[in-house]
Design a protein around this ligand. Structure first.
Ligand code: SF4
Length: 269
């Protein structure tokens, strides 16, 4: 099935306070035991082996992939497509992305033949209620990310036991001990991080070896790419993620859930 036929647009009128309260302590303990077992089972395995395990191991449950189709996303998308191109791929369109990102998303989805592509958006109704003038991106960025990213993604992940992320240990101090599998305590979902041990050069080498197309904005000075109003070019020698929310204290992308909103992770991905 062509990607366009697999796309679903998910309206969401859910309010911030409707985010689930999360699993109870007994459930959390059971989930943590599953995660520990998975990490023991797949320790020292390759990214591909971890992906295959996550998608086929009953301990991991039903898994979706979440991708921003940003600067490095194509590496993990390609790995996933090699294992199973029918894995559900969720792409959050905040309606404030660069036009180049939207074009790139379509190009990559078609090239990799991703057959279960989902475009996730907050509904017009909710945006009109909570951000009628489009000012939140200037006045309250955490609320803007919650409205346009966290809440729609949380709803889209409802029914999945876990999700695949592209997070890596090198990205920040808070990710220095990142494991292949981790428990998202706020939702009870398992996060799968197949590239946890990859270095920046591993990502570049993988993209080169597989001749994967780069996001067009990388060549224009954007090594990390989010929403257009919150992403600037990065000068040589700067941290690659310094162009995200430049000049603001905000440091996370907003898709790591908590009952009180996005969890600060110290990483701009
Ligand atoms: S990154 Fe900026 S524009 Fe995008 S949702 Fe967050 S605050 Fe809003």
């Amino acid at each position: 099935m062509p990607p366009s036929e697999g796309v679903s647009l998910l309206p969401w009128a859910q309010a911030e306070e409707d985010i689930p309260s999360g699993p109870d302590p007994k459930q959390l303990a059971d989930l943590q035991a599953r995660v520990d077992a998975l990490n023991t089972r797949y320790r020292h395995h390759s990214a591909t082996a971890v992906l295959e395990g996550a998608l086929r191991d009953p301990e991991a449950g039903d898994i979706a992939m979440v991708s921003s189709f940003g600067a490095e996303s194509v590496a993990l998308l390609h790995l996933v497509a090699m294992v199973d191109r029918s894995v559900p791929v969720l792409f959050i369109d905040t309606l404030l992305l660069f036009a180049e990102t939207l074009t790139y998303q379509q190009e990559i989805a078609e090239r990799l033949n991703l057959s279960d592509m989902h475009i996730i958006r907050a509904s017009d109704e909710v945006i009109n209620q909570r951000d009628p003038y489009g000012a939140l991106k200037f006045t309250n960025q955490d609320a803007c990310c919650l409205l346009r990213k966290t809440e729609p993604l949380n709803q889209a992940l409802d029914g999945f036991d876990g999700w695949i992320t592209g997070r890596k240990r090198f990205q920040s101090g808070s990710r220095a001990a990142l494991e292949f599998f981790e428990l998202e305590a706020e939702t009870g979902r398992i996060k799968v991080n197949p590239l946890a041990h990859w270095a920046p050069e591993d990502v570049r080498a993988y993209m080169d070896e597989n001749r994967l197309p780069r996001h067009p904005l990388v060549a224009q000075g954007y090594p990390s790419i989010g929403c257009a109003p919150c992403t600037t070019k990065v000068a040589e020698g700067e941290d690659p993620r310094s162009g995200r929310w430049r000049g603001q204290q905000k440091e996370e992308c907003g898709i790591h859930f908590g009952k009180d909103g996005p969890i600060r992770t110290g990483a701009k991905t």
